[in-house]
Design a protein around this ligand. Structure first.
Ligand code: PDD
Length: 280
């Protein structure tokens, strides 16, 4: 395997950044994940635009043009012979002697990795439906920025895994669902209405979420972009999550309680199919 690190391609096993990289010391950096599907990057533009926005919000200099970044992404995919999998980019403020305030005249660090993923595993899980657990959302106030500061997300995901669950569904002090630890959350509520939390609130504006919203409109399904509570999620007909890495994943239990009839619902199943069909 090969990784791109600051202008060169290196053997993955030896690829390193400096100990005083601000990504390492302060989580002062951003990232993006694309799924690679039959050699194609899914929702390419959307992720590239969000990367630009994350960098702008943190005032990290954009190190190269989006076009040049695209060349690096594709070259990393090619060198790793990935047909189906993911490509990951991380850009940090760079390496400088440790000081909380921004350093001057420092070039950002850019790393890109890509790995194959066996799509049949996700397909099998989606066909069966996955388990989820709830977890308090303890993150900071700028979850709209895709930063590498993912410790609360990692703790939530670990709590889910220790209970044998696929995803942790995060909820705020009001008991309202914010999103998943690495996904956006959706329900088909008791009245049959498709709902997902609005992005005015403190959540990531998922690119898969946006793509699904477009497909939902095309399918003539009505969407209510409005927060739902954990209780509503438990009583919902369907519960599912979306992300670049999992597309649309139906969830069939939450904290051990069955969602709907305990099988993947028709809307989640349809949206997964149409999303995968258009991504190819
Ligand atoms: N996670 N919410 C959070 C907190 C996320 O980390 C992600 C993505 C999403 C879904 O966003 P998108 O549809 O743009 O992938 C929502 C990526 C896949 C990750 O951290 O690996």
């Amino acid at each position: 395997r090969v990784a791109y690190v600051n202008g060169t391609y290196q053997a993955h096993g030896n690829a390193v950044v400096h100990i005083e990289d601000r990504g390492f010391q302060f989580a002062d950096g951003v990232y993006e994940v694309w799924s690679v599907f039959d050699g194609k990057l899914a929702d390419y533009e959307g992720h590239m635009q969000r990367l630009g926005r994350s960098l702008t919000e943190l005032r990290i200099d954009i190190p190269m043009t989006a076009q040049a970044l695209g060349v690096v992404l594709r070259e990393t995919i090619r060198r790793n012979r990935v047909r189906n999998g993911i490509v990951y980019i991380q850009i940090t403020r760079g390496t400088a002697p440790r000081d909380h305030a921004f350093p001057k005249g420092v070039a950002p660090s850019v790393i890109v990795t890509s790995k194959p993923i066996d799509l049949s595993k996700g397909e099998a899980l989606a066909a069966k439906g996955a388990a989820a657990v709830s977890h308090p959302d303890t993150r900071w106030g700028r979850c709209d920025i895709k930063t590498v500061g993912l410790l609360p997300n990692a703790l939530a995901k670990q709590a889910a895994r220790e209970k044998g669950a696929y995803e942790a569904i995060l909820y705020d002090e009001m008991g309202m669902v914010t999103e998943g630890s690495s996904t956006n959350a959706w329900i088909v509520d008791e009245n049959g209405k498709l709902r997902t939390r609005d992005t005015q609130a403190n959540i990531l504006r998922g690119i898969t979420r946006a793509a699904i919203m477009k497909l939902v409109a095309e399918e003539g399904i009505e969407l209510d972009e409005r927060a739902f509570s954990l209780e509503e999620a438990k009583r919902a007909k369907e519960l599912f999550v979306t992300a670049a890495s999992s597309f649309v994943m139906p969830l069939v239990s939450l904290d051990g309680e069955k969602i709907g009839d305990g099988k993947p619902g028709p809307i989640a199943t349809l949206l997964r199919q149409v999303y995968l069909a258009q991504a190819r």
